[in-house]
Design a protein around this ligand. Structure first.
Ligand SMILES: [Zn+2]
Length: 481
């Protein structure tokens, strides 16, 4: 029996607003617990919520950027459940009228594009944080500490349709969504801080089946590595169960990072279990055309459009994708160096390869202030015009990353300019031939690979100042003649 997996992903993105979703408490980034809370965000009786306009603006922006239809009349619902980090016993969320419906997001894997259909984009508020003693899970903990700093922080939840077919696609989707949220300036997109957290719904069914298999939800992952491994593990587990004739149970599972397995958390609740009802403390929310137009003016150049633009310079789709997901200074430097050199591949290779490699090695996080596009452009031009070798160019780069000087000055000081004068090179060749007559004889009797030895001697004697391509060409001519 041939089986196919189907995956849907729900992502919560923490919005980088100054204040929480329904109160004026500051959104804080600290380990000190319970310093930013008030009656509203810890659910004291009688406290009334007031929606954060900036957060609604951010959610609308994400919905528009993924091509969603905007629901102009949205409503706040209460999603009821009990957990220690939710003192209100309900989360304010959106149920049947989310801000955005039916969008899509382009993803890139290698040189291929794909489109992931988005079902909905809606507002949520975060819960507090529980720290369970011992293993980190509530079942085996002897005590739990609660921190409500995060309670009520605005979130946007973005839900895909069940259209993802592999862990690779899932990872590419999260990478794209993360970059989108950074470019929209609605989130810092830092996975290690939990700015994006994702749940994956996974089912496996026979290849020719029109119905999906029983779905299992894996909760609360925040790294691409966990996402990839958890999906792969779950596909394997379900495939084996089906092949062995074991029934899959609809449930929520937990990904154990250390053991690299998923395990049962609870049998999956349906939406009816949450007893959604509209929040009596909040009026209906209408998104006017005027508001939507205002939000549209905030739209930056999206990652997809950035890729299209980069490809017009001559980069491939995967190169453009890598740049579109790089820090702003890298994107900017590429455009500037390309503008000067008109050589997309050299500009791309120097920036994403040697420059970033040397910076990592030397622990340089920010380019020195004197370092600008002129420097790299000059290096690329010096190589292209055969004035310096590639090896010398790397030495020059190391120097200008730490000292305020120019590539030409470094080349001069360190004697790195190549000898391109064919007469001078010929003189040196004649000298080498004289000194290595035995080698020359062996080359003439068929030992071709010894040509490399003579070129090596030439490089040595000239302290590497000879253009090796030119030297080899002239040497061969000399040997033939
Ligand atoms: Zn508050």
């Amino acid at each position: 029996m041939s089986l196919k997996p189907t995956i849907g992903i729900e992502t919560h993105i923490e919005l980088n607003t100054n204040t929480k979703m329904f109160c004026r408490c500051a959104v804080v980034d600290t380990d000190e617990p319970n310093i930013s809370l008030c009656p509203t965000c810890i659910g004291l009786p009688g406290a009334l919520p007031v929606p954060n306009k900036k957060a609604i603006e951010f959610i609308t922006l994400l919905a528009l950027s993924t091509g969603c239809e905007i629901t102009s009349k949205g409503m706040f619902h209460r999603k009821n459940y009990f957990y220690p980090d939710l003192p209100k016993n309900y989360q304010i969320s959106q149920f049947d009228l989310p801000v955005g419906l039916n969008g899509e997001l382009e993803i890139v894997i290698g040189e291929d594009r794909d489109f992931i259909q988005i079902e909905r984009v809606h507002m949520e508020e975060d819960t507090g944080k529980s720290s369970h003693s011992g293993s980190g899970r509530i079942e085996s903990a002897t005590s739990t500490a609660l921190d409500f700093n995060r309670s009520g922080v605005p979130l946007v939840e973005i839900v895909t349709k069940p259209v993802i077919s592999s862990s690779k696609q899932a990872v590419a989707y999260i990478e794209e969504l993360r970059q989108l949220s950074i470019d929209l300036n609605i989130s810092e997109g830092r996975l290690e801080k939990g700015n994006l957290r994702f749940d994956a719904n996974i089912s496996v069914a026979p290849e020719d089946s029109t119905e999906l298999g029983t779905k299992v939800e894996i909760k609360n992952m925040n790294s691409l590595r966990s996402l990839e491994r958890a999906i792969d593990y779950e596909i394997q587990r379900q495939t084996k169960a089906l092949e062995d004739g074991v029934e899959i149970v609809q449930e929520t599972r937990h990904w154990d990072e250390n053991k690299e397995v998923t395990s049962t958390m609870r049998s999956k609740e349906g939406s009816a279990d949450y007893r959604y009802f509209s929040d009596p403390d909040l009026p209906n929310m209408f998104l006017s055309d005027e508001f939507i137009k205002e939000v549209e003016t905030l739209m930056p150049l999206l990652p997809k459009a950035q890729r299209e633009e980069l490809m017009t310079t001559g980069l491939s789709l995967s190169q453009s994708n890598i740049l579109s997901k790089s820090d702003d200074w890298i994107k900017k430097l590429y455009v500037e160096v390309f503008d000067q050199t008109k050589d997309s591949i050299a500009s791309y290779n120097w920036i994403t390869g040697e420059l970033q490699g040397q910076m990592r090695k030397a622990n340089i996080e920010v380019l020195p202030e004197w370092f600008n596009d002129d420097y790299l452009s000059e290096i690329i031009e010096l190589i292209k015009s055969n004035k310096i070798s590639f090896t010398s160019a790397k030495i020059i780069l190391t120097e200008i990353l730490t000292t305020e000087t120019t590539p030409s000055k470094v080349a001069e000081q360190k004697n790195l300019f190549q000898e391109n004068d064919s007469e001078k090179i010929s003189e040196m060749i004649n000298q080498i031939i004289k000194e290595n007559q035995d080698i020359v004889d062996r080359i003439k009797s068929g030992e071709d690979k010894l040509v490399g030895f003579l070129v090596g001697q030439l490089m040595k004697q000239s302290n590497g100042s000879v253009n090796p391509g030119m030297a080899k060409e002239l040497l061969l001519k000399e040997l033939e003649g």
